[in-house]
Design a protein around this ligand. Sequence first.
Ligand SMILES: Nc1ncnc2c1ncn2[C@@H]1O[C@H](COP(=O)(O)OP(=O)(O)OP(=O)(O)O)[C@@H](O)[C@H]1O
Length: 250
Amino acid sequence: MTVTGMSMSYRKTTTPVFSEVDFTVPAGRLVPVLGSNGAGKTTLLKILCGLITPNAGSVTVQGEDIVRRPVAARAHLGVSLYPERSFSFRLTCTQNLRYYASLRDLYGARAKQEIAGLLERVGLAEYADTQFMRLSLGQRKRLGMARALLGSPSLLLLDEPTANLDTENVARFHEIIAEHAEGGGSVLFSTHTEGDLEKATEQFLRIADSRVLSLPKPEPKPEPEAEPKPEAGREAGPIVEPKTLQEAGQ
Ligand SMILES: Nc1ncnc2c1ncn2[C@@H]1O[C@H](COP(=O)(O)OP(=O)(O)OP(=O)(O)O)[C@@H](O)[C@H]1O
């Protein structure tokens, strides 16, 4: 994906959310996007998948312009926005995914097999026949992830994919995106968790003051040195300054 000279304002009178932004996401990269509340993470993801048209500049996915050739460009994208509201509430997980699979030209036995595999991958196999409205927020998030993976698109755009997930499912998410990158795919995902920077392949993006900075992944922090153990038979007491002879009353 390549973003060139992209600017965007919701209204002419307000400060632009983005001003002349350039960055690229090469194949096989995991790219976290950080930024404070209201910085523009969701807006950026909506621009990248073609839901919002920027005022200037371009976004291309595998050489296809997201505004001029949206269908061709979106064929390479798997998207999950936050919060997940686009599923049919009364349909089950499988029925919902079957509908979205058909939009990717996946039907019949192939669709059935891929959907069952994805539900298993995101830990929702036992909820395959549960209606969407009966899922918890974290389960909805995971169904969104399964939908994004349908048809193995090359670039995943995920808005706060770890929000509402428990520790086990955060780990599962990191495994899924690592596998995706090993297969040559890329993932751009927004997050508020600084710890997600460790999952970056090389770079991460930080949105601030209408700009998107592409920054190198920080070096891992060194492990803190272990406290020396007290010698055997001796209690580790508080450190006491040596007293002068006078103070000691001698
Ligand atoms: N539909 C809209 N109309 C007008 N302004 C909007 C609209 N959506 C978002 N904004 C404004 O655009 C800016 C960026 O919002 P956005 O939701 O992209 O931020 P964010 O980084 O995703 O925030 P958060 O971390 O809180 O989810 C904010 O100032 C917000 O008020």
